[in-house]
Design a protein. Structure first.
Length: 156
């Protein structure tokens, strides 16, 4: 997480920054190892949207992440506060969340899934795909169809 915090904005704005890009590659490899723990709601929603609307996986994750963080807050608040502290971000969960929103702005992440071409015309299929996605099992709060519908409504 620290490698991402310290290198992603620079790698994004300067594609020739080889050290920042190498650090991001290392962070990506570490993230791949972390996948063994489970992915969760952001990936469950993203897999569904990506399959139906052919959106870029990483960008779609970035769009849905704030809503998923808010949804999971009761179960993850202390862990996110510890991560924020480790990263030198003050304010616990709220500070981390605000940092995420600023990072999204820096990286020009669209605000809504509609900005990526997704829509709610096939909401029932989006919900069914997300709830049945293997990543959903890794979410700290159970992703019911009602919860996923609420998350998609926020993200669209």
């Amino acid at each position: 997480m620290r490698l991402v915090k310290e290198n992603l904005p620079h790698a994004f704005t300067n594609g020739d920054a080889l050290e920042a890009r190498a650090n991001m590659m290392s962070a990506a490899l570490m993230g791949a190892v972390a996948f063994q723990k489970g992915l969760g709601g952001a990936h469950a929603l993203t897999h569904s949207v990506g399959a139906m609307y052919n959106t870029h996986h990483g960008m779609t994750c970035a769009v849905v992440l704030p809503a998923v963080l808010r949804f999971n807050r009761p179960a993850i608040e202390s862990r996110i506060a510890a991560a924020a502290d480790y990263l030198g971000i003050g304010g616990g969960f709220d500070g981390f969340y605000e940092y995420l929103l600023l990072l999204r702005q820096t990286l020009k992440v669209p605000q809504k899934l509609r900005d990526l071409g997704a829509c709610d015309e096939r909401m029932d299929k989006l919900i069914a795909n997300a709830v049945s996605d293997l990543a959903a099992a890794g979410n700290p709060i159970t992703l019911t169809p009602e919860a996923v519908k609420q998350l998609f409504a926020e993200c669209l």
